[in-house]
Design a binder for this molecule. Sequence first.
Ligand SMILES: [Zn+2]
Length: 199
Amino acid sequence: MLNTLKQVFLPSFCAACQTESTDSVCKTCCLKILRITNIDPTHLSFGKYEGILKDLIHQFKFENRYGLSKTFSTFLIPLIPKNTDCFIPVPLHLQRLKSRKYNQMVLVLNEMSQKTKIPMHIDVLKKHVPTHPQQILSRTQRLKNLNNVFHVEKKEKIKNKNILLLDDVISTGTTTQKCKTQLLKSGANSVTILTIAKN
Ligand SMILES: [Zn+2]
């Protein structure tokens, strides 16, 4: 009943093609997303960073389209490894957090955590110093820029745990790799990387 009323009074639109849809992304558009088919068990991604998926991620990150966190969670849940003990997001530094207002991946993780009952820890992996956006740096600069940037607090929460580390897009993998190393050094049993898209 409530759902019917919602549909009558609050018509919603597909974020990708703008046609009327009860889902934030319609089924036709979901099917158009180019999926990642070569499965690397240590790094999982839902789709290629292009076309519809790229557009959706941009809307989510820069146009405050919060509703997409639900859609992204339904994309990612089937990819969660069976042995996962907890979710951890790749952190944004406080300054970046202020300019973007929030770490969007936490919204996605929150949806995933509610649906799967797997806990998420947002107070474990922290970032020390502001870094330049990775895209404008060379590979050497990038590695230098990230040395000792990430650190782990509340190590007891991850001791011997199998962690799923989440980020929106992976391109070179430098950032996620640094996070993974830090988590393993701090006592995690395993770290699998999961991203919405792969560049
Ligand atoms: Zn659509």
